[in-house]
Design a protein around this ligand. Sequence first.
Ligand SMILES: *[C@@H]1O[C@H](CO)[C@@H](O)[C@H](O)[C@H]1NC(C)=O
Length: 149
Amino acid sequence: MERCTIQAVVVVIAAVWLGAAQATVYQDCGSTADIHEFSLSYCEVPPCIVHRPSNYDVNITFTPTSAASELETIIIATISGVDFPWPGPEGCSQLENDVCPLQIGHKYKYSAFMPVLVEYPAISVVVQWKLKDENDVIHFCAMFPITIV
Ligand SMILES: *[C@@H]1O[C@H](CO)[C@@H](O)[C@H](O)[C@H]1NC(C)=O
């Protein structure tokens, strides 16, 4: 009985540790939702090294604190203080096993790709990844530096 309990604890700790190992460290830039996890493939601690051409997964699990009928992904790359729009995916269609409208208190998983095109320059930029709704509420906003190679 006692051994089973100890094994269960070890499994739980391992699961938490593996989950945490996948998350990416980021700076929050004003998310209104409760953010449970943000992860960008192959990057735990930025600057994230991204190779051209590739697609990187961006997963966000969040619980909105306000309702919304539409969601838009906005990606901005800041290069030497100048903001450039980065073409990105849609919003509502990136919700895994869920659809808009967003409901308060419901946990969503957003799963998208960050496209890194071959024509992008090999430079370091700060990326802002935002999820904005039709009322200009920013449900999620993360800033993280990347180096394009
Ligand atoms: C993102 O989510 C997808 C689908 O659930 C999964 O296959 C992928 O491994 C995840 N990637 C990261 C970086 O968390």
